[in-house]
Design a protein around this ligand. Structure first.
Ligand code: PLP
Length: 383
């Protein structure tokens, strides 16, 4: 199988998997239990928190473990609503739906969507203008899941500091593909393990360390800020996976850059594809393509038959596809949005994997052309 859908979820890192199994065997006890085995797990949990704090560059008291980024993003907006009911909130127009929909749900009347350029990057002048007019919370992701476009989160954070406004960054796609250092300076930060080779259903949240933040009530775990028994084996595996990725970030980035460059040039010259956000700084594993002839969904289905996993930019949980709000915000027409396909490579994708992927796409284009000719299908767009 050729797996080119890491931005959806990453295969488990073998070493992180080992850490998970060992922890499950030896340290499955409840970290809140009042006996030595529980205390040992609690100690290990504290150690994991310290390791994550070190990677991100914040204090362990800022970090809460949770079930992942959807929970984390939702809990920020829900807590903000509770403590600042009339808050003016601005989020970028290209956020993941779990940010956009939470912001819309809790702040339907006071929400501003920050526009992006045609390259899919947030406009900092627009952000500064909104800050000048008065905001209480800003949310801009670190890297976009559909196009890979990197957002200037350091500049957005600096602007928010200048105006004394808390800044939230969804760093889900950045972590494991770019160095994490410095992200811990954001007031709110969300991450999840399954995007960088850790287990599914575990993540973290960086929040202010003053004890004011509360995600969910109950047994008082996570310093009373996010109740629910911590999944220590999954947390330990998440930290292990992130450490492995951090060590290899530079090497994989340069490999991706070379291989993706050849891949995109091949498809541009042989199929006339357009690469979206091509001129923006991008995650080096991601290529969002406007394909010829057919809808993105049809390309994805046909490639699946060849054992290749890709996705359309707009796949949602039900497996259905809708118009991508990200590509729409970049100014693409509905027809172009419909033709998008996202390629997102694994850390170990070889030059041969990229070459084979390009070859299969070129072969598939030829078969679409032949099928269209056989059907006499005059309305099909020709390459
Ligand atoms: N934020 C971004 C940018 C994502 O790409 C995703 C998943 O696709 C999420 C949030 C949701 O993450 P989780 O699966 O941990 O809920």
């Amino acid at each position: 199988m050729l797996y080119f859908d890491v931005n959806a979820t990453a295969p488990p890192h073998p070493e992180a998997d080992k850490v998970y199994r060992e922890a499950l065997e030896a340290h499955w006890h409840n970290p809140s239990s009042p006996y030595a085995a529980g205390a040992r797990t609690h100690l290990l949990l504290s150690h994991s928190r310290e390791e994550l704090a070190h990677i991100l560059g914040c204090s362990p008291v800022n970090l809460l473990f949770n079930s992942g980024a959807t929970e984390g993003n939702h809990s920020i907006f829900s807590w903000f609503k509770e403590t600042n009911p009339g808050a003016q909130v601005a989020v970028s127009a290209i956020e993941h739906p779990c940010v956009l929909e939470s912001a819309r749900r809790y702040f339907p009347d006071t929400l501003t969507l920050l526009p992006v350029t045609p390259e899919g990057v947030i406009c900092l002048q627009g952000l500064e203008k909104a800050l000048r007019e008065g905001l209480d919370l800003v949310s801009v992701m670190a890297a976009n899941n559909e196009t890979g476009a990197l957002q200037p989160w350091q500049d957005a954070l600096a602007l928010c500091r200048k105006y004394g406004v808390p800044y939230h960054c969804d760093a889900v796609q950045w972590l494991g593909k770019k160095p994490a250092k410095g992200l811990g300076e954001c007031d709110f930060l969300t991450g999840c393990a399954h995007k960088f080779g850790g287990p599914r259903g575990v993540g973290f949240l960086r929040v202010p360390g003053d004890g004011s933040f509360k995600a969910q009530s109950g047994g008082g775990q996570e310093f009373g800020r996010r109740s629910g028994t911590e999944n220590y084996p999954a947390i330990a595996a998440m930290i292990a996976a992130l450490k492995f990725r951090e060590h290899a970030v530079e090497k994989t980035t340069s490999e991706w850059t070379i291989n993706r460059g050849i891949f995109e040039e091949t498809l541009k010259s042989k199929l006339g594809v357009k690469v979206l956000a091509e001129k923006a700084p991008r995650l080096a594993n991601t290529s969002c393509l406007l394909m010829p002839q057919e809808s993105g969904a049809r390309w994805v289905a046909r490639m699946d038959k060849h054992g290749v996993c890709l996705s359309t930019g707009s796949a949602c949980a039900s497996g259905k596809t809708g118009a991508s709000h990200v590509l729409t915000a970049m100014g693409l027409s509905p027809e172009d949005v419909r033709r998008s396909v996202r390629v997102s490579a694994c850390w170990d994708a070889s030059p041969e994997d990229w070459r084979r992927l390009a070859e299969l796409l070129v072969e598939t284009a030829a078969s679409f052309r032949e099928e269209a000719a056989a059907d006499g299908n005059a309305h099909v767009i020709q390459i």
